[in-house]
Design a protein around this ligand. Structure first.
Ligand code: B12
Length: 216
């Protein structure tokens, strides 16, 4: 089995220490930290599939998150150091909307944004729409970033963006969404400006917006 195959297998076997050791070995052998991160994400997707088919239970879902946290903590230094640090004035309000408590992907994007000098106000998970608006107003942030992993969170995203419109903030706020359940179709449905699963692309889009107020 290839090293990548082994890492995925360690996730599926719920072997936390093996996953850590394998990721460390890959890093030492010069593998790209983003490639390792992608392997982990693929493994998590497979965990999700097995959960859906009834092969795995909630306990596996929970434990896989622990394995993911351990491996991503290990990758964090190399992920943040591969990005050129920049002193940016980009201010972002970030959160997972009401009803959704997934935060692993959100936390990775935030880590990468902060490594780029972005100021990120992380509201956490299960965030009510009103809270997002309050925070945007309080800190004067021009960017709202929302993460969704479960379908009902798309409804919460739409609610949040509607409230943004009602309160008169929509025009001056760049809204970017991401997370496993989002697609470009979902972006249109919820009324966001941009959607991506790629943290590096998200960083580029936010920076572009700050530079020239352009929306993709
Ligand atoms: C781990 C996990 C959990 C953990 C979460 C722990 C945590 N701290 O986050 C726990 C056990 C809590 C959990 C609970 C549940 N889960 Co769950 N979970 C997963 C699993 C296996 C992995 C998710 C993950 O972390 N992936 C890794 C990260 C890195 O990927 P990511 O989040 O997509 O992030 C990447 C990009 O999307 C991007 N990104 C993320 N956010 C953002 C935001 C912006 C702005 C941008 C630009 C980019 C971006 O950055 C990352 C870069 O790699 C998925 C399977 C899957 N296919 O995703 C199911 C999954 C999401 N869960 C699912 C379900 C059903 C549930 C439960 C309802 C189960 C239950 N019966 O209780 C509950 C819901 C709880 C709730 N109310 O939210 C379903 C959702 C189905 C759906 N469409 O609605 C999935 C898809 C599994 C499945 N196939 O059935 N889960």
């Amino acid at each position: 089995m290839t090293m990548e195959g082994k890492l995925k297998q360690a996730f599926l076997d719920m072997k936390r220490q093996d996953a850590i050791d394998l990721a460390e070995k890959e890093l030492r052998s010069g593998a790209d930290s983003f490639a390792i991160l992608k392997e982990c994400r693929d493994a998590m997707e497979e965990v999700g599939k097995r959960f859906e088919t009834g092969e795995f239970f909630l306990s596996e879902l929970i434990y896989s998150a622990e394995v993911f946290k351990a491996v991503s903590a290990l990758l964090e230094p190399s992920i943040t150091s591969t990005l050129p640090e920049e002193d940016s004035k980009v201010v972002v309000v970030f959160g997972t909307p009401r009803g959704d408590i997934h935060d692993l992907g959100k936390n990775i994007v935030i880590t990468m944004m902060r490594a780029q000098g972005f100021t990120v106000h992380d509201l956490g998970v299960d965030v009510p729409s009103e809270r997002f608006i309050e925070k945007l107003q309080e800190v004067g942030a021009p960017i709202l970033a929302l993460s969704a992993l479960i379908t009902p969170a798309l409804v919460s995203m739409r609610e949040t963006i509607s409230l943004l419109v009602d309160k008169g903030f929509r025009k001056n706020t760049f809204v970017i969404i991401g997370g496993g359940v989002t697609t470009d179709f979902a972006r249109k449905e919820v009324g966001a400006d941009a959607q991506t699963l790629d943290p590096a692309k998200a960083i580029r889009l936010c920076r572009q917006y700050i530079q020239d107020r352009s929306r993709p």
